[in-house]
Design a protein around this ligand. Sequence first.
Ligand SMILES: [Zn+2]
Length: 340
Amino acid sequence: MAVKFKDYYEVLGVKRDATDGQIRQAYRKLARKHHPDVNPGDKVAEDKFKEINEANEVLSDPEKRKRYDQLGPNWQNGAEFTPPPGWGRVNVQFDDLGSIFSGGGFSEFFETLFGGAKPTGQSEHRRRGARTRSGRGQDAEAEMEISLEDAHGGGRHRITLQGTRACAACGGKGTTTSGVVCPTCRGAGQVLSPKTIDVNIPPAAREGSVIKVGQHGQPGTSEPGDLYIKLKIKPHSIFTVSGDDITAEVPVSPSEAVLGTTIEVPTIDGKAEMKIPAGAQGGQRLRLRGQGLNRRGGGRGDQYVRLKVVVPTHPTDREKQLYRDLGEASHFDPRAGLEK
Ligand SMILES: [Zn+2]
């Protein structure tokens, strides 16, 4: 999906090689000017303020800035942007600007680059299940990308959640003792506070599986809500998945297909020997029973190997001569079936 590219350097009015100090200074100056408290009811100022905060969120964080800079300097603000192939999400962000603003937090562009998980009001899980105790924080939902290997065998993933905590500078009140807007939290009473948690992925996970991580949702007065992490499985370089079964396309040479052989094929756990029958055809599917994905209740799906007959692109003179001899000696007519 294409989103509008955001030139965060342009938003803050700084050069691409600006120092952390210059970025901080530019941000503070613009934030003061466009703060909603100074411009009550001014939608344009509010949007501008949001944009400034988003730019600062990226450029003031070395990791995010590095990632952003990887896109290169040639993008125009507002250009149609699609992330480069292989651009995976590195972490999960909780958009907490929603608490400061009337509508929405980070842009689609931001969420495309850094992942996005908006704390939802009442999550589906909550509605379905447990009773809400008063003082308990809201449940949160996030998405995490894992490898097919981890979905199959289980694993452990570290993710960074962008949570919030009470602002220490103003004690969470949003104003200083002299009554002015707290410069640290910009009046929100809260500041961003990233936290890292380890998530255990059980074996036999699937696309869309949801993992519950207790007490890592939104903070509450008595206890935090829960975090529900929805799994996405990254496309695999070798296997495609269909339910519990996986399929790999495996190339064979013309002579291997004609004469039959035993080859080594990749499996989700490593490698396996596979017998290719004589006269095997391109596109033919062979099964490795019980070598597919782990099933939730035990057992495994199957692996399929789809044969692809490939020919040498740069045959040697000797190979060419042998193919010529073969062509003359052979009575094989591959198009016999097409004759009327
Ligand atoms: Zn504060």
